[in-house]
Write a protein that binds this ligand. Structure first.
Ligand SMILES: [Zn+2]
Length: 105
Protein backbone atom coordinates (compact mmCIF):
# COMPACT_ATOMS: atom_id res chain seq x y z
CA UNK A 1 0.00 0.00 0.00
CA UNK A 2 2.77 2.39 0.93
CA UNK A 3 4.62 1.40 -2.20
CA UNK A 4 1.59 2.10 -4.36
CA UNK A 5 1.18 5.52 -2.78
CA UNK A 6 4.83 6.27 -3.46
CA UNK A 7 4.47 5.19 -7.08
CA UNK A 8 1.46 7.46 -7.45
CA UNK A 9 3.35 10.38 -5.90
CA UNK A 10 6.19 9.82 -8.36
CA UNK A 11 3.77 9.58 -11.24
CA UNK A 12 2.14 12.80 -10.10
CA UNK A 13 5.48 14.63 -9.98
CA UNK A 14 6.28 13.35 -13.47
CA UNK A 15 2.90 14.48 -14.84
CA UNK A 16 3.21 17.92 -13.25
CA UNK A 17 6.67 18.25 -14.82
CA UNK A 18 5.20 17.46 -18.22
CA UNK A 19 2.42 20.00 -17.81
CA UNK A 20 5.03 22.63 -17.03
CA UNK A 21 6.89 21.77 -20.23
CA UNK A 22 3.69 21.98 -22.26
CA UNK A 23 2.84 25.32 -20.70
CA UNK A 24 6.31 26.61 -21.56
CA UNK A 25 5.89 25.37 -25.12
CA UNK A 26 2.51 27.06 -25.56
CA UNK A 27 3.80 30.24 -24.00
CA UNK A 28 6.79 30.40 -26.34
CA UNK A 29 4.59 29.73 -29.39
CA UNK A 30 2.18 32.46 -28.40
CA UNK A 31 5.06 34.92 -28.31
CA UNK A 32 6.55 33.89 -31.66
CA UNK A 33 5.19 35.65 -34.70
CA UNK A 34 5.84 33.55 -37.76
CA UNK A 35 5.74 35.56 -40.99
CA UNK A 36 5.36 32.56 -43.26
CA UNK A 37 1.84 31.14 -43.50
CA UNK A 38 3.04 27.53 -43.96
CA UNK A 39 5.12 27.84 -40.84
CA UNK A 40 2.11 29.19 -39.00
CA UNK A 41 0.11 26.16 -40.10
CA UNK A 42 2.82 23.79 -38.83
CA UNK A 43 2.98 25.75 -35.61
CA UNK A 44 -0.76 25.41 -35.16
CA UNK A 45 -0.59 21.67 -35.77
CA UNK A 46 2.13 21.36 -33.14
CA UNK A 47 -0.02 23.34 -30.76
CA UNK A 48 -2.90 20.94 -31.36
CA UNK A 49 -0.66 17.95 -30.69
CA UNK A 50 0.57 19.54 -27.47
CA UNK A 51 -3.02 20.42 -26.50
CA UNK A 52 -3.96 16.78 -27.00
CA UNK A 53 -1.03 15.56 -24.92
CA UNK A 54 -1.80 18.10 -22.24
CA UNK A 55 -5.43 16.99 -22.03
CA UNK A 56 -4.27 13.38 -21.71
CA UNK A 57 -1.78 14.25 -18.98
CA UNK A 58 -4.42 16.26 -17.11
CA UNK A 59 -6.88 13.36 -17.27
CA UNK A 60 -4.22 10.97 -15.94
CA UNK A 61 -3.29 13.46 -13.22
CA UNK A 62 -6.94 13.65 -12.14
CA UNK A 63 -7.02 9.86 -11.85
CA UNK A 64 -3.80 9.86 -9.82
CA UNK A 65 -5.12 12.55 -7.45
CA UNK A 66 -8.39 10.67 -7.14
CA UNK A 67 -6.60 7.41 -6.31
CA UNK A 68 -4.41 9.22 -3.75
CA UNK A 69 -7.52 10.75 -2.13
CA UNK A 70 -9.11 7.31 -1.84
CA UNK A 71 -5.92 5.89 -0.31
CA UNK A 72 -5.92 8.78 2.18
CA UNK A 73 -9.54 7.88 3.04
CA UNK A 74 -8.48 4.28 3.64
CA UNK A 75 -10.50 2.90 0.71
CA UNK A 76 -7.74 2.80 -1.89
CA UNK A 77 -8.01 -0.98 -2.21
CA UNK A 78 -11.76 -0.97 -2.72
CA UNK A 79 -13.56 -0.74 -6.03
CA UNK A 80 -15.24 2.62 -6.33
CA UNK A 81 -18.24 1.11 -8.06
CA UNK A 82 -19.03 -2.20 -6.33
CA UNK A 83 -16.97 -1.84 -3.11
CA UNK A 84 -15.20 -5.17 -3.54
CA UNK A 85 -11.41 -5.40 -3.08
CA UNK A 86 -9.42 -4.56 -6.21
CA UNK A 87 -7.07 -7.34 -7.31
CA UNK A 88 -3.57 -6.45 -5.98
CA UNK A 89 -2.06 -7.45 -9.31
CA UNK A 90 -4.28 -4.91 -11.01
CA UNK A 91 -3.13 -2.21 -8.59
CA UNK A 92 0.44 -3.26 -9.22
CA UNK A 93 -0.02 -2.93 -12.98
CA UNK A 94 -2.15 0.22 -12.79
CA UNK A 95 -1.57 2.05 -9.48
CA UNK A 96 -4.07 4.80 -10.31
CA UNK A 97 -6.91 2.32 -10.76
CA UNK A 98 -9.99 2.84 -8.54
CA UNK A 99 -12.20 0.20 -10.17
CA UNK A 100 -12.02 -3.58 -10.06
CA UNK A 101 -11.48 -5.53 -13.25
CA UNK A 102 -15.20 -6.30 -13.67
CA UNK A 103 -16.37 -2.71 -13.20
CA UNK A 104 -13.64 -1.26 -15.42
CA UNK A 105 -14.86 -3.27 -18.40
ZN1 LIG B 1 -16.10 -3.27 -8.97
Amino acid sequence: MTERKQRLEELKADLLGRLEKYAAHQHRDAGALEADFAEQAVQRQNDEVVDGLEAEVRATLNQVNHALARIADGVGDQCESCGKPINPQRLEALPRSTLCMDCAE
